[in-house]
Design a protein around this ligand. Structure first.
Ligand code: GLV
Ligand code: MN
Ligand code: MN
Length: 366
């Protein structure tokens, strides 16, 4: 492959087609991960893309293949996910590049620190006539493990909303300030966190997480004057998710007002649920069936780069069983035999897309 690193830090390798004018199939996933992570979330999909190209042994198809290792999917450092794949679809603007990390360093500066030039972001954009996008990923949940099946075709990725919620009170002396004279930002946040969990438990399919909390000034003998909490809300139905976010925002305001605090709500990311492309889902289903494995279809509760690519080109995903459903944890794993089934399905998928006999005109229309 011809390999380059684009201005967003995505690593991309192109396997040329039989002709220069051919369309391009993108195969990708992400290279970054979460703190205290496992070894498979994201990077397995990139390795499988490389492996599929390797299995062609130099054979040219009627379309080119570009394997993408996206630089930033999880959103850990800047609180904003999918920076790598957003660059590829031209959705990185000046406001996004100016977003700071916890130390105040912006995305543009971090890109410069890495030796890349954020002003060249347009070069990351896909230009070739896209044929589609395919992503392999571990399931990260228990469904395939319970079914005893190696792989599943993804038909839909649920929507998600992220926000930073900051409660602001007054810092004060822990020994001298009476309990009824306090404006404790952290206890306000704690009450709201309990409310987030309670609300999510009441609504079928809703998941809501407060994954990070920072209290300031952060000393044992000082009443916290500031407390920032991250919120992550997901549901397959966008209206249900949006209504839940609205209720949680009202609850934060009510709790803050009752405790003499203020609350700042900073939306970080909102994405509707995304359907995978029906023709590619059908093609992937046939590709799995030809391996002899059961072609189960399921929706994804986790976010994936595919949800960013899907509005711009036909997209499809194949999940690989995750033993125990354990992910975002060092015990995350995948079974070699399952990866082999997924790779065989990937090879079948390439064959069908190539028209079986290597015709010049792949059958899929966007
Ligand atoms: C991505 O890993 C997510 O949080 O779904
Ligand atoms: Mn992840
Ligand atoms: Mn992932």
């Amino acid at each position: 492959m011809r390999v380059r690193v684009d201005a967003a830090g995505n690593i991309r390798g192109v396997h040329a087609a039989a002709s220069d004018t051919a369309r391009r199939l993108y195969i990708g996933s992400h290279l970054d991960t979460v703190p205290h992570a496992g070894a498979f979330d994201g990077v397995l999909g990139v390795m499988m893309g490389i492996s599929l190209v390797e299995s062609l042994r130099g054979r040219r198809l009627p379309f080119s293949i570009e394997v993408m290792g996206f630089s930033e999917e999880e959103g850990v450092r800047f609180g904003i996910p999918f920076i790598g794949s957003r660059a590829v679809v031209g959705d990185v603007d000046a406001a996004l590049l100016a977003a700071p990390d916890a130390s105040g360093r912006t995305i543009a500066q971090a890109i410069g620190d890495f030796g890349l030039d954020a002003s060249r972001m347009a070069d990351a954009r896909v230009t070739s006539n896209p044929l589609g996008y395919l992503e392999f990923h571990i399931e990260q949940g228990p469904v395939l493990d319970h079914l005893g099946q190696p792989v599943a075709i993804v038909d839909r990725i649920v929507g998600r909303s992220y926000a930073d919620v900051t409660f602001v009170g007054s810092a004060g002396h822990a020994g001298t300030t009476p309990m009824d004279a306090r404006k404790d930002a952290l206890t306000g946040a704690a009450e709201w966190i309990g409310c987030v969990e309670a609300q999510a438990r009441q609504i079928g399919g809703l998941v809501a997480t407060t994954g990070r909390i920072d209290a300031a000034p952060g000393a044992a003998n000082v009443i916290p004057g500031h407390c920032r909490v991250t919120l992550d809300v997901r549901h397959g139905d966008d209206a249900t998710r949006n209504a839940a976010v609205d209720r949680l925002r009202s609850a934060a305001r009510e709790i803050a007002a009752r405790r003499g605090l203020t609350v700042e709500w900073l939306p970080r990311f909102d994405h509707a649920a995304v359907a995978m492309h029906p023709a590619l889902v059908a093609m992937l289903t046939r590709a799995v069936e030809r391996t002899g494995a059961t072609a189960t279809t399921m929706s994804s509760g986790a976010g994936h780069d595919a949800m960013i690519l899907a509005p711009h080109m036909p997209a499809a995903m194949l999940f690989v069983r995750t033993p125990g459903g354990v992910s975002h944890h060092p015990d995350e794993s995948a079974l070699e035999g399952d990866v082999a089934v997924a790779l065989a399905a990937g090879a079948n998928f390439l064959d069908e897309l190539a028209g079986g006999s290597g015709s010049e005109d792949p059958p899929l229309q966007p």
